[in-house]
Design a protein around this ligand. Structure first.
Ligand SMILES: Cc1cc2nc3c(=O)[nH]c(=O)nc-3n(C[C@H](O)[C@H](O)[C@H](O)COP(=O)(O)OP(=O)(O)OC[C@H]3O[C@@H](n4cnc5c(N)ncnc54)[C@H](O)[C@@H]3O)c2cc1C
Length: 370
């Protein structure tokens, strides 16, 4: 039976002006205090209400890339857990739009118009998730996912499941009615508690015929797979910028600004964080334009953001002192959340791959490279 919320098939389109203003108002509200360390259901609903969940399905031009980067940065600065949920949603809907067929794209727009939230779950628990074909009952899933952000809260999970030949297949699963399959008891972490990124059990889930999105191996198809990491780097960058702002407020409010040692330390972090912001924007444009240099640029951008964020976390703690470790401090909260969120896959390998690519390909003679 058709969900009554899904009857309106009209796709919604990007509307920069009104959305950006509405988002700015929400960010201002969220940023005033530390949000609860639980799944951000309220803020997510507010984001859906202003059209945030269906704004970025297709990035038509550079202005659209900037608009998404602005949103990721702003949300990351206000609430990193919400930033992670939002980034996962954008990743999922772009994947469905890119690899889905016409009918799957139409369904996607119906779900988005109804305010549904999506996520991408690739990280496997134990042996991971497998596609199993039963003679009588058709296609089913077996296994579980870990780091399943939003499990028990979001509506649709785009997951990777292994076929018999070992290749990963994207599968879109309606999980809205089965929150009890989420097990977040193990998600006992110092930061990012609100993402509730625990385990999700897919054992014996029956799949609708249209559940398979794209073909085998599409999830890891380049450059989208690696270059898409600019989005999480952008969310991290937003948190580092927010940290810097709270650090500055402290220097102003306490009179510490008159100390040259405080200014020197602050200046170092401003330089590192602003430089990282420029890497992120450049990487975003390259990734979305699918330029030849996009993958190494994004890989190195992850490292640049990580370095700037770590320096800013350490600098803010030294500048503010013990007050930055109290529970009601925004600096404490952002530092705990960012500390964990910086732990994205194979960070050392990412920098190494970037350097190797730049040694391998001669970009040095091209003025445009700089
Ligand atoms: C808050 C949060 C939310 C998340 N949400 C999701 C989600 O919704 N969906 C999802 O799919 N995933 C999610 N993840 C998982 C995430 O994408 C990464 O997979 C995970 O954070 C990486 O974990 P790790 O640091 O343990 O592993 P690794 O990336 O493996 O890194 C650990 C360390 O080992 C090193 N290392 C790794 N391999 C090698 C090697 N072969 N040789 C030498 N050194 C090596 C790395 O460089 C690093 O120093 C989430 C993670 C977090 C923190």
């Amino acid at each position: 039976m058709t969900d009554p919320d899904l009857r309106d098939p009209a796709p919604r389109h990007r509307d920069d002006g009104g959305f950006q203003e509405a988002l700015d108002r929400l960010i201002h509200e969220w940023d005033r205090s530390n949000p609860p360390e639980a799944f951000p259901a309220g803020p997510l609903a507010s984001l859906a209400a202003i059209g945030g969940l269906d704004q970025f399905v297709v990035l038509t031009d550079e202005a659209a890339v900037d608009a998404l980067a602005d949103a990721l940065t702003a949300i990351g600065g206000a609430d990193l857990s919400l930033g992670r949920v939002f980034e996962g949603h954008v990743n999922a809907v772009q994947l469905v739009h890119t690899y889905g067929d016409d009918a799957q794209r139409a369904a996607l727009h119906r779900h988005l118009a109804a305010g549904r939230c999506f996520g991408v779950w690739n990280t496997d628990h134990a042996d991971g998730v497998r596609l199993v074909t039963h003679e009588r009952s058709g296609l089913r899933l077996a296994g579980a996912k870990s780091f399943a952000t939003g499990g028990g809260h979001i509506d649709r999970a785009l997951i990777t499941a292994r076929r018999d030949d070992g290749i990963k297949q994207l599968v879109l699963v309606d999980i809205g009615a089965t929150p009890d399959r989420a097990d977040n008891r193990g998600w006992r972490v110092r930061g990012m508690k609100g993402t509730v990124s625990g385990r999700f059990d897919f054992e014996d889930v029956a799949l609708a015929p249209d559940a398979l999105i794209g073909g085998p191996g599409d999830y890891e198809r380049e450059p989208m797979f690696t270059a898409g990491a600019w989005r999480f780097a952008c969310v991290q960058q937003g948190a580092a910028q927010a940290l810097l702002r709270h650090w500055r407020d402290h220097l102003v409010q306490t009179g510490k600004r008159d100390d040259p040692v405080q200014r020197l330390r602050f200046g170092h972090s401003v330089a590192a964080t602003r430089s990282a912001a420029q890497w992120v924007r450049r990487a975003a444009k390259a990734a979305e334009a699918r330029t030849a240099d996009a993958i190494p640029l994004v890989l190195m951008t992850r490292g640049i953001v990580e370095d700037a964020a770590l320096a800013t976390m350490e600098g803010a703690a030294r500048a503010v002192g013990t007050a930055s470790f109290f529970e009601d401090s925004r600096i404490d909260r952002i530092t705990r959340d960012l500390g964990l969120y910086l732990r994205q896959p194979v960070p050392d390998q990412a920098r190494d791959r970037a350097a190797a690519a730049w040694i391998d390909h001669d970009h040095w003679g091209e003025r445009g490279w700089w």
